[in-house]
Each structure stands twice: as C-alpha cells, then as structure tokens.
Design a binder for this molecule. Structure first.
Ligand SMILES: Cc1cc2nc3c(=O)[nH]c(=O)nc-3n(C[C@H](O)[C@H](O)[C@H](O)COP(=O)(O)OP(=O)(O)OC[C@H]3O[C@@H](n4cnc5c(N)ncnc54)[C@H](O)[C@@H]3O)c2cc1C
Length: 448
C-alpha cells in the first residue's frame, strides 16, 4: 500500500532523562535518517532526534540521483518511493548564455533498471526516509523524537577531549549520553559547530564555498515531461555566475530555483542582488522562458530560501573540505559540507557519509567512546571517497561561469554525439569521470 506522507508519523515513547544509547543521531533529514537506519540495522540502540515535526518541507531542487538510489535501495526505501508519484529522470538539459542547449541522456541501462534518478518533493522523500528509520530504530530497542531540538552538545574536557552526548528540549529538557554522536543537523548542525568552532577554534563557514539558493513550486509550465524526461540546468546570461533549474517533480508540478555562490552574489548589482527577484525576472521577462511560464501559477507559500555548504576543496587546509569529526562524534551530509559544487546535489553524499560513519563504529569495542584515531580515519576515508569528484565539480563550476567557455562547450556537445556519449559515461561510471579530471581532456573537448 502506498505511503500517505501527509499523515503524522508516530515516533512512540520519548526517552527518560539520563537514558543511554549506543548512537545518538542529531537531525532527521536524509543523512540522519540513513545513519540511524544503518546503525539500527547493525544492532545498535539508537536515539534519533529531529527538531521539526513530520510531514515537513525542506528547500531543495528535489532531484534524487543514482548515488542516492543505491543507498535508498539498501535501506528498503526505494520500493516505498516507487509506490508514490515521482518523476523519473532520463537526462539533463544544459543551456548556455547564448541560449543554445544540449540534453545529455542518462545511461540507458540505468534508466531501465530504475537506477538513474528520480525527482520528487522532499516533503515526500524525507518522510519515507524518516518513517523507515523510525521503524528500524524502534524495532532495535532505540527511541525517535520529533519536535525536539538539540540545545547543547556535551563534551568531556579531560586530557583527551571527546563528545559525550546531548541535551534535548521537547516537552521537557533531558540529557543523554552515547559513545558516538552523529551530527546530521544540516549546515548549522550543533554538533559540527561544537567540533569545528568551539573545540577547535576553526571557521565552519566560508562564503566562497557556500551557495545561497531560492526555490518555488509551479504548475502549468509548458514543455516539461509528465512522468519522465530531462531535468533542466540553465546557465543563461542573466543568471551567471549562478544557475537556474527547472525540475519536474510530479505530473504538472515543477520545482523552479536559482543558486549562486554567496561570495559572488555579494558582488552583484540590480536584480541579481536578490535571487527571488532574479527568478521573477527570468519567469516574466526572459525571452527563452516567459512563454513557457505564460499560463503557469506559483504554488502559494512555496517560495523559500536556504543555503548549500559546498564540498569544494579549500586552499591551504589540511583537512578537506573541513574538519568533520573528533573523538565521540562524526558529522555527515550538510553538517560535513559535502554538497557537490557544480550540480548542487547533497543527498547522495549525505547517505554515503552516513554509511561510512556507521561502518567505523563498533559498540562492543567503543563502549567508552568512539576513539580519536577512528575519527581521523573517517575524515581521511571521506575525502578519499569524495575528494576527486568534489574537486572536479569545483573546476566545472568555474568553467560554467565563463560565458565563452560554456557557449563553446554547449555548442560542441550539441553537435558531437561522441562528446555526448563521453558525458553520459561520465554520469554513470567513476572510471569515465576520471577523464574529466584531466585538463587535457577538458581543453580538447571544450576548446578545440
Ligand atoms: C535550494 C536547494 C536545492 C537543492 N537541490 C538539491 C537536489 O536537487 N538534489 C540533491 O541531492 N541535493 C540538493 N540540495 C542539497 C540537499 O538539500 C542537502 O544536501 C541535503 O538535504 C543534506 O541532507 P542532510 O540530512 O545532511 O541535512 P538536512 O536535509 O538539512 O537535514 C538536517 C535535519 O536536521 C534537523 N536539525 C537541525 N538542527 C537541529 C537540532 N538542533 N536538533 C534537532 N534537529 C535539528 C533539521 O530540521 C533537518 O531535518 C539542495 C539544497 C538547496 C538549499
């Protein structure tokens, strides 16, 4: 039976003050839900804490790519998604500043095996992730709370500093300890703030690697697929150095949004100073889009902004993209600044980091606290797994901002099936992605 994501989720009994757990997870977004689910599947007693109450909206482009789907399948959520309305992504349309565009198809086998990607509102996706995590956590002896906020992260300041637990505030204020606390509270996660700012005196935020973004839902937009098709990323003149997306998410409904790196946005003038106004300008006045939106209506109340912490490499820093762990705690997803700096995708990396973090924890060996050497190992392994693609996406982010290069690239890709094939391969295989890391490949394909 299809899940009704408009209904409340029953999360059961709340923990009593002082109750102890093996793993505490702060934040019930996709990263936190996945971490709680993986930890419960390993037999741990988990406390999953979410400040909002389901069903809840999350500002996003709503695309769930192939990387996410592998984890979603492992966690038993893919079937739940497929029983509810969703858009099946079969390709990506890119446009450049002169208005030319090219559609790169996703690998046919992946589309046929339903592994290429979906787009569906986060209110729906996150509901299913949280619901599945709740069932797994409770059936393994843990607790789940919603409408409950982490107000303090506790630490032991002995010779070896370590995170030891949290204080939460729901109907009452209670305190809980665990050998491992997983920070999954998004870009303002209290666990990340504690580790990075408070205990190591480092900056958590870097506006050259932080993206501001604004999203609305619209109905009645012309030339979009109903149940499957391409999602659109536009790098048209008025938008650069930002990007504009149109992602169908359900029959007749599209997610329309715009993003720009914050340090770039500060330099803008006129309409580009406000992402909301810039989007309004594109919809009402841009020659390529105004006709498509002529009979469209914005879904009331859907205009919201949020920020994306990019995982691009930072100059001169040893820990990349920044510190994310210490004894007693690991951060995942946006709390670890892992959003792809070109595509803006963050869900896949949130799920991947959730699985990696949980895989390093062993409740029988780490009963007195998750050790510092494994926290260091987590940071190394995370960057080994994601560093190459995040660094590469950072290079591409820089290329698409250069109008002439992007024009050349789209013009070439539109004319050359071989280049389209290479890009399709790159979307599918890690081996093919390595080609994109080569400056020679980029020069040969973009400029020559
Ligand atoms: C406009 C926009 C468009 C995007 N488009 C895409 C896209 O199309 N595809 C994609 O893959 N990614 C996209 N992203 C990125 C994606 O949304 C994030 O990377 C993803 O949500 C990260 O998941 P997370 O679980 O780490 O954090 P979040 O989804 O932010 O979840 C964090 C959770 O922690 C809770 N929380 C926070 N503080 C506390 C506290 N003190 N106590 C308890 N709970 C707390 C929050 O309520 C929230 O539920 C987009 C982001 C934005 C802003």
């Amino acid at each position: 039976m299809a899940i009704d994501w408009s209904q409340p989720i029953d999360t059961g009994a709340v923990p009593v003050d002082g109750e102890k757990f093996d793993v505490i997870v702060v934040g019930g977004g996709p990263g936190g839900s996945a971490a709680a689910a993986y930890a419960a599947m390993d037999g741990n007693k988990v406390l999953l804490i979410e400040k909002d109450v389901w069903p809840r909206d999350k500002v996003c482009g709503d695309a769930v790519g192939g990387k996410s789907l592998r984890h979603v399948k492992e966690l038993g959520v893919k079937e739940m998604i497929e029983q509810t309305p969703h858009f099946r992504v079969t390709g990506m349309l890119f446009s450049s500043s002169n208005g030319q565009n090219v559609t790169i198809s996703l690998p046919k086998e992946d589309v046929e095996r339903r592994e290429a990607g979906y787009a569906l509102p986060r209110i729906q996706f996150d509901y299913m992730m949280f619901k599945r995590a709740t069932d797994l956590v409770i059936s393994n002896g843990g607790k789940v709370v919603q409408g409950t906020k982490v107000i303090e992260v506790n630490h032991d300041s002995g010779p070896q500093q370590k995170i030891t637990g949290v204080v939460i505030e729901g109907d009452s204020v209670t305190s809980h300890a665990a050998p491992l606390v997983i920070g999954a509270g998004g870009w303002r996660c209290p666990v990340a703030q504690k580790i990075v700012n408070e205990l190591h005196g480092e900056d958590m935020r870097d506006d050259q690697h932080m993206c501001g973004a604004y999203r609305e839902y619209w109905t009645g937009v012309k030339n979009v697929g109903d149940e499957e098709g391409a999602i659109e990323l536009h790098f048209v003149d008025d938008v650069i150095p930002g990007y504009w997306w149109i992602f169908p998410v359900q029959k007749g409904v599209v997610n329309v949004g715009i993003g720009m790196v914050i340090s770039e946005q500060r330099k803008q003038k006129g309409v580009k100073k406000s992402l909301r106004k810039l989007q309004q300008h594109l919809i009402q006045e841009h020659p390529l889009f105004k006709e498509r939106f002529a009979d469209a209506t914005m879904v009331k109340g859907s205009g919201k902004g949020w920020q994306l912490p990019f995982g691009s490499p930072r100059k001169g820093q040893k820990l990349q993209p920044r510190r994310t762990a210490m004894a007693g705690a690991m951060c995942i997803g946006d709390a670890a600044s892992l959003v792809d700096p070109f595509s803006g995708e963050g869900v896949g990396n949130a799920l991947l980091s959730a699985k990696l973090a949980v895989s390093l924890f062993d409740s029988s060996k780490h009963a007195s606290g998750f050790p510092e050497d494994l926290a260091q190992e987590y940071m190394v392994k995370l960057w080994e797994a994601l560093g190459p693609e995040l660094s590469n996406s950072f290079k591409i982010q820089k290329i698409v901002k250069r109008k002439r290069l992007m024009n050349m690239f789209v013009r070439k890709a539109a004319k050359r099936p071989a280049l389209q094939d290479a890009l399709t391969d790159a979307l599918a295989s890690k081996e093919a992605q390595k080609k994109l890391h080569s400056p020679l490949w980029l020069i040969r394909n973009i400029i020559l």
